[in-house]
Design a protein around this ligand. Structure first.
Ligand SMILES: NC(=O)C1=CN([C@@H]2O[C@H](COP(=O)(O)OP(=O)(O)OC[C@H]3O[C@@H](n4cnc5c(N)ncnc54)[C@H](OP(=O)(O)O)[C@@H]3O)[C@@H](O)[C@H]2O)C=CC1
Ligand SMILES: O=C(O)C1=N[C@H](C(=O)O)C[C@H](O)C1
Length: 242
C-alpha cells in the first residue's frame, strides 16, 4: 500500500483520482490546495500526482524534490518554460508528465505515429478535440501529444508545423502543417480524432473518453510504477511497456 498526495485534490480529476487510489488499495494521504508550501505535506507521501494548474508547477516540483518523492504531472497547458523545469527536476527525482494518462490514448499515439510515418507528405494531418465547457486550455494536452507523435514521425518539430485556431482569410493550407481544431461544450470527458486527409480518401483515428475514471486509474497506475524508480523523465509508454 502506498501513501498518495494529490495536488488539486478538490478538482474534477483530484476527486476521481482519490476514488482510483482507494480502488487500487492505496491511501490518499494528503491533498494540496492553492497557497502555502506543500513540502511538509508531501513528506508524508510515497508519491504525488499533480492535476492543478501550470502556474503551480514550479512550486509543486520544488516540493516533490525537497520531499524526495516521485511526481506524476497530468496538468495540461504547459509551455516551454515548464518543460525546462521538468527536465531539471528529473535530474533529482522520477518525473512522469503526460497530457493523457489513459491506456487508450497512449496506444492511439502509437497508431498515429505509425500512420504518419507510413503515409507520405501528401496526406494532410488535422487533430480535432472536444471537451466539456469548463476546460480552460486549448488545444488540449492530448491533442498536442497526438500532434507531437505525428510530428516525430515526419521528423519535424511540432512548434514549427502547428497550425491552430484558423480564422478569416487564412489562405490555402500550408504543406506539412499539422492543424488543430478545438470544440468546447457540455460535459464531454475528452474526444480526440486525428484525421489523415489524402487525395480522395481519408483515415480517421479516434478515441472517446466516456468518463474521467480512465484518466484517474491510469494516473494511479503511473504513480505506482514511479515509486522506487531512478531519477529521470518518464512517459506512459514506459509504464505500459509500449
Ligand atoms: N493528463 C491527463 O490524463 C488529464 C489531465 N487533465 C488536466 O488536469 C488539470 C486539472 O483538470 P480538472 O481536474 O478538470 O480541473 P479543475 O479545475 O476541476 O481542478 C483543478 C484543481 O486544482 C486546484 N488548483 C488550481 N491552482 C492551484 C495551485 N496553484 N495549487 C494547488 N491547487 C491548485 C484548483 O483549486 P481551485 O478550484 O480552488 O482553483 C482545483 O481544485 C487540467 O490541466 C486538465 O487539463 C485532466 C484530465 C486528464
Ligand atoms: O481538461 C480535461 O478534462 C482533460 N484534459 C486533458 C487534455 O488536455 O488533453 C486530458 C483529457 O482529454 C481531459
Amino acid at each position: 500500500m502506498a501513501q498518495f498526495g494529490i495536488i488539486g485534490h478538490k478538482g474534477r480529476m483530484g476527486l476521481a483520482i482519490s476514488v482510483a487510489i482507494e480502488e487500487a488499495g492505496h491511501e490518499f494521504r494528503v491533498g494540496v490546495d492553492m497557497g502555502g508550501d506543500p513540502t511538509p505535506l508531501l513528506d508524508q507521501c510515497d508519491v504525488v500526482v499533480d492535476f492543478s494548474s501550470p502556474d503551480a508547477l514550479e512550486t509543486n516540483l520544488k516540493a516533490a524534490r525537497t520531499a524526495g518523492i516521485p511526481i506524476l504531472i497530468g496538468t495540461t497547458g504547459l509551455e516551454k518554460e515548464h518543460f525546462v523545469m521538468l527536465a531539471e527536476t528529473a535530474n533529482t527525482i522520477p518525473v512522469l508528465q503526460t497530457g493523457n494518462t489513459s491506456l487508450g490514448v497512449t496506444l492511439l499515439a502509437h497508431l498515429v505515429k505509425e500512420a504518419a510515418a507510413k503515409l507520405g507528405p501528401d496526406w494532410d494531418i488535422e487533430v480535432l478535440e472536444m471537451h466539456h465547457r469548463m476546460k480552460v486550455d486549448a488545444p488540449s494536452g492530448t491533442a498536442k501529444l497526438l500532434g507531437e507523435a505525428a510530428a516525430q514521425a515526419r521528423g519535424v518539430n511540432l512548434s514549427d508545423a502547428m497550425d491552430s485556431g484558423r480564422h478569416g482569410q487564412t489562405g490555402a493550407r500550408t504543406e506539412g502543417d499539422i492543424g488543430f481544431a478545438t470544440l468546447r461544450g457540455g460535459t464531454v470527458a475528452g474526444d480526440h480524432s486525428v484525421i489523415f486527409a489524402g487525395n480522395e480518401e481519408r483515415i480517421t483515428l479516434s478515441h472517446a473518453a466516456e468518463n474521467r475514471m480512465i484518466f484517474a486509474r491510469g494516473a494511479v497506475r503511473g504513480a505506482e510504477w514511479l515509486i522506487g524508480k531512478d531519477a529521470g523523465r518518464y512517459t506512459m509508454n514506459d509504464v505500459l511497456g509500449l
